[in-house]
Design a protein. Sequence first.
Length: 443
Amino acid sequence: MPEREVWGTRIGFILAAVGSAVGLGNIWQFPFKTATFGGAAFLVVYLLAAVAIGLPAMLAEFVIGRRSNLNVVSAFRGLGRREWRFVGIFGLITGFWILSYYSVVGGWVIRYMVGSVTGAYFGDPAGYFTTINAGLATVGFHAVFMAITVGIVAFGIEDGIEKATKVMVPSIILLLVGLAVWATTLSGGGEGYQFFLSPDFGDLRSNWTDIVPFAVSQAFFSLSLGMGAMITYSSYLGADDNLGQDGISIVVLNTFVGVLAGLVVFPLLFAQGVEPGEGGAGAVFISIAQAFSELPAGRALGVIFFGVVLIAALSSAISLLEVVTAYVVDNYDISRPSTAVGLGLVLFLLGVPSALDIAMFTWFDAVAYGALLPLSVLLILVFVGWVLADEALDELRKGTNGIPTLGPVWLWTVRVVVLVAVLATLILGVQGLAEDPGILPPV
């Protein structure tokens, strides 16, 4: 069995984890979900969920990963709890499920970059999305995105993922900051800021059963929780890393990027008189494309914006592919490049239905948000809070150099507060899936 890889630097791990978190969940899903579920009211719940639920849950995944120094499935055997391997298997399946349709969106982004150069979507932005969101050409671009992802993961941790994300993450932040500054100059953009930053708590009270589960699941999605990514990435850490500090850094940077994306998207939409939330999964693509088609230098702005989205999409996709790749490399005598290529092919095939039919794509996404993510996080919380317990506290204290921690507070938060919140999110999510007949897959 090959020697297990490690991160070359601590900042490499933080940027890779941030890259995993800062992806389409921030720039595609976050503005779309915010627009659909109450604007600033959704933002408030999301921010609370990211800090109060997401951070403790992230530390739970870090504890499992570093203490075992193994992949998401083998970690439970390494911790002496082989009977809990099903938790890791479920996380692996969840990440695999998400990446299969996530790659389809990555293909959309590539097509919009090309369309920005040629001006292909300028005449009819809504019609352009309808044309490119499904079909054989969409399958082809899905394959291109998956091939790029495979190429990065095949090079390994230090030479592939770490080097790529050291370029990707700063680029995402710098470009988004530039676009956010530019958005302040738009006439009519003020309504976008009001929609995004001024919550209507009356709307929250009347629609909390819709807003809360999607906001909490959005926190899981954008922080890459419940997918095995954070367990896998933290398994390459050394004992001298401060998990608490790393977790806070990742949550803060991830949330910052999500808010930045909103500060770009919503002023842009309102400046062009575009109603947010329309268009389903293509809402951001349609709305942004319409705005660029009517703005000076729209082609150049389109290339920049969709270039940012592509970088973000890749930074998350490589983390999800690494989850399964690490499992195979750790347990079987198969090289990393061969593993990455083989898994990429399977993921491509699993994503073909989503690339051929937007209804199937919507079903995959709804199942991930409503059931897979909250259930996966719930299982991890039960294991860390009630099974690993004292060992988890011991692991959290490593790398703190004797500085007192809030470990016992964190443990009881995981055991009770976060666990109950995630259970409620799962119940509401499953209930929502059951009550929406339109979410059933096409036949």
